[in-house]
Ligand binder design. Structure first.
Ligand SMILES: Cc1cc2nc3c(=O)[nH]c(=O)nc-3n(C[C@H](O)[C@H](O)[C@H](O)COP(=O)(O)OP(=O)(O)OC[C@H]3O[C@@H](n4cnc5c(N)ncnc54)[C@H](O)[C@@H]3O)c2cc1C
Ligand code: FES
Length: 274
């Protein structure tokens, strides 16, 4: 039987540079592995350390997995600079609950991403596309610092062409290569432009902590209720199993009860956006 404490070996089969600081890694798994959109893995670079990442690939793929990684420190530097195609890493998981897709049925889904935060949401987008008839509408709002920092640019046309789906993009500051919206991600959520029937919607957001805070405030301002907002609380984690106590908000362990939490459950605790 699979031991959740013990990393399974995975072989790197492809590495693509998606932005100047983000690479997309494809892994061949040792055996089959199923995960739900939103669940995360603990990835070990041998000799360096372990870090949590949410797969960005299709949850239906059982023998391969993609993880999209921002270069930011020890483990991610090693992944970007040292790990090559044919190299081996360890994977533990999946951990966490995954998005409550059953609850989302028959609703409009507003997806709000920032920077590498679109990576976990890409897996959710694939899961929603698989059952597109179950959802009234899928509105994707996404922003990054510059046009070159937008992840998955090659897939945008495909997403926009899906039935019932829209994609709105923004970048932080004016740029010579960009004639679209300029401003921070919450600027895509102004009531008149948001294009969703708020009463029948759920909003799902993943991105930097500061973005999550202002996206949440904007969603509340335009009329979303806390129960309609789901936030990816991608804090520092260790065991992934609710044992070490590294990741709690109030009584919730984000690794076990999240990492995607309904804002209604966590809104009254002091460290939600810290
Ligand atoms: C459930 C979950 C899912 C995640 N999914 C992804 C993903 O799909 N793609 C991705 O690129 N990253 C993801 N992250 C963030 C990723 O885990 C961190 O970037 C990684 O742990 C950094 O490790 P490091 O050793 O490279 O950096 P370190 O050397 O540990 O730290 C370098 C810097 O990064 C900061 N940092 C470390 N961990 C985090 C964190 N969890 N959140 C914010 N800042 C952090 C540190 O404070 C420090 O400033 C996820 C995190 C969680 C908890
Ligand atoms: S990471 Fe150990 S309790 Fe959540």
């Amino acid at each position: 039987m699979y031991n959740i404490y013990y990393p399974r070996e995975a072989v790197v089969t492809d590495i693509k540079e998606d932005t100047p600081t983000i690479k997309n890694f494809r892994f061949k798994l040792n055996g089959k592995l199923t995960f739900k959109a939103g669940q995360f893995m603990q990835l070990t670079v041998p000799g360096i350390g372990e870090a949590p990442f949410t797969p960005s690939s299709h949850p239906g793929e059982v023998e391969e997995m993609e993880i999209t990684i921002l270069k930011t420190g020890r483990v991610t530097d090693a992944l970007h600079d040292e790990v090559k195609v044919g190299g081996r890493v360890g994977l533990r998981g999946p951990f966490g609950k995954g998005y409550p897709l059953g609850k989302f049925k028959n609703s409009e889904i507003l997806i709000v991403g920032g920077g590498v935060g679109l990576a976990p949401l890409r897996s959710l987008i694939y899961a929603l596309f698989d059952h597109i008839d179950d959802f009234k509408k899928i509105s994707i709002c996404y922003g990054a610092k510059t046009p070159q920092d937008l992840c998955f640019r090659n897939e945008f046309d495909e997403w926009k062409n899906m039935p019932k789906t829209s994609l709105n993009l923004t970048i932080d500051k004016p740029h010579p290569d960009w004639d679209g919206t300029v401003g921070l991600v919450p600027c895509l959520l102004e009531e008149e432009g948001i294009g969703v029937d708020i009463k029948k919607s759920y909003a799902v957001s993943c991105g930097p902590q500061i973005m999550l805070k202002f996206v949440t405030f904007k969603l509340l301002e335009v009329g979303f209720e806390p129960r309609q907002i789901y936030l990816s609380m991608n804090r520092r984690m260790s065991c992934g199993l609710g044992k070490c106590g590294r990741c709690n908000i109030g009584p919730y362990y984000l690794c076990k009860d999240g990492p995607d939490m309904c804002y209604d459950d966590i809104k009254d605790y002091p460290n939600v956006f810290e």
